[in-house]
Design a protein around this ligand. Structure first.
Ligand code: A2P
Length: 278
């Protein structure tokens, strides 16, 4: 199996372009899933405080025996801990649960504009990065207006914005902003939470290349230059989802997938209105 390429970030670090996501995997199942992923060759694992599974992820990392420097571990700050001091304390809680002494990437999970604390959280992230406790700092679910505000207040540009991207919700309108500011886009729900797998155009393209619909979609993310973090709890799917580096979609395939974008294709909450505190 061909290796996963690394994507350079704006802070001089780099991230594997394909990693393993664990949203909605319960703590008592996540260890097995992450162990399977590490055996299959994944080296980047994406968790969050809000997933309530950092301990299980930590156990899988420890049991793997893989050197810390070979791994790229991401977690995300829960929305109720965005005040400066709380963010610092909360981050240390993640390190403890994961059994690590630094994170490769820590993200503000949602801007929560209603609580207006995300710039404070960002200042805490900048401090933690200065202390060497987080290699790269970033955000998730941020709109250009939220990004502009934290860059304006600190002069520090996030390395990554993790947002919902898949063939039925391509976020073309925010791409330019990210390219101009050298913010890498990380696609979450890359398979549209499973829904995009049923799209007949995707099925045709997959068949043409002798691949599964999931592999065709993941290959699309790779060729579009996104970082991508598919989730599965099934060993055979975990292995198949990283096996996407031995074929290439052609111009016609990419054009057909571009045509699948829909304004109502979003499956998760909207950053402008999601003010959930947890
Ligand atoms: P499961 O964990 O049962 O495999 P997304 O990454 O967009 O959030 O989508 C994840 C969903 O897609 C999950 O429900 C996952 O279910 C399913 N899934 C992940 N990989 C595959 C695959 N290769 N084939 C079919 N379904 C998949």
């Amino acid at each position: 199996m061909a290796g996963v390429p690394n994507v350079p970030l704006n802070d001089g670090n780099s991230i594997p372009q394909l990693g393993f996501g664990v949203w909605q995997v319960p703590n008592n199942e996540v260890q097995a899933a992450v162990s399977e992923a590490l055996q299959a060759g994944y080296r980047s694992i994406d968790t969050a405080q809000g997933y309530n599974n950092e301990e299980g992820v930590g156990r899988a990392i420890k049991d793997s025996g893989i050197g810390r420097e070979e791994l790229f571990i991401t977690s995300k700050l829960r929305t109720r801990d965005q005040a400066y001091d709380k963010a610092i304390k909360s981050f240390h809680g993640s390190l403890e649960k994961l059994g690590l002494d630094y994170l490769d990437l820590f993200l503000i999970h949602w801007p929560v504009p209603g609580q207006d604390k995300y710039p404070e959280a960002w200042k805490a992230f900048v401090q933690l990065q200065k202390e060497g406790l987080i290699k790269s700092i970033g955000v998730s679910n941020f709109l250009p207006e939220h990004l502009e505000r934290i860059i304006g207040e600190t002069g520090v540009t996030p390395a990554v914005n993790q947002i919902e991207v898949h063939p039925e919700y391509q976020q073309r309108d925010v791409l330019d902003f990210h390219v101009k500011n050298r913010i890498a886009i990380e696609s979450y729900s890359p398979l549209g939470s499973g829904a995009a797998l049923k799209n007949p155009t995707i099925a045709e393209i997959a068949e043409k290349h002798g691949k599964s619909p999931a592999q065709a979609i993941l290959r699309w993310h790779i060729q579009e230059g996104f970082i991508v973090i598919p989730k599965s709890t099934h060993p055979e799917r975990i292995r198949a989802n990283i096996d996407v580096f031995d074929f290439e979609l052609d111009g016609e395939d990419l054009q057909r997938i571009a045509g699948l974008d829909r304004p109502d294709g979003k499956t998760g909450g909207h950053p402008a209105t999601n003010n959930a505190i947890w």
